[in-house]
Design a protein. Structure first.
Length: 123
C-alpha cells in the first residue's frame, strides 16, 4: 500500500439504543480512537443528505457515526479498533485504491470477519 491516508467510516447501529445513546457511544469511541498514534483525524460523520427540515443551521451529522482517517499503517490499528468495537453492532465502510468494502457486524464473529475483510482489502 502506498504512503497515503485511508478513510474509514463506522456507524453504530444497535437497535436497542436511541439516537442520543448511539451518539454518546460514538463520542466514547471517538475519545478512545484518538489515542491511537496511527489516527490522523477522527470526527463525527456528516450526513450528506443535509439537515432535516426545520433544523438549526449548520452541518447535519449522522447519528452514532464517525469518520476516521488513518495513516499508512492502518493494518496495525485494526486490532486496536476491533477491541473497542467488541459487543457493538456496526456498519463499516472503507475504500482503498478504487475498491470499496461495506460490511455490517452485529456480533463478535461478524466483527472479526469485517476486520479480516478490511485487512484483505488493504493487502
Amino acid at each position: 500500500m502506498k504512503d497515503s491516508s485511508i478513510e474509514l467510516t463506522i456507524r453504530l447501529t444497535d437497535p436497542d439504543l436511541d439516537d442520543d445513546e448511539r451518539d454518546l457511544e460514538a463520542q466514547r469511541l471517538l475519545t478512545q480512537i484518538q489515542e491511537d498514534p496511527e489516527v490522523i483525524s477522527a470526527k463525527p460523520a456528516a450526513d450528506h443528505n443535509g439537515p432535516p427540515e426545520n433544523s438549526k443551521a449548520g452541518e447535519a451529522l449522522l447519528v452514532g457515526a464517525l469518520v476516521i482517517v488513518y495513516g499508512p499503517r492502518i493494518k496495525d490499528s485494526l486490532r486496536y479498533l476491533a477491541d473497542r468495537l467488541t459487543g457493538k453492532s456496526i456498519e463499516m465502510e472503507l475504500e482503498v485504491a478504487g475498491k470499496k468494502l461495506k460490511v455490517k457486524a452485529a456480533n463478535q464473529a461478524e466483527l472479526e470477519s469485517a476486520i479480516q475483510a478490511a485487512r484483505e482489502l488493504l493487502a
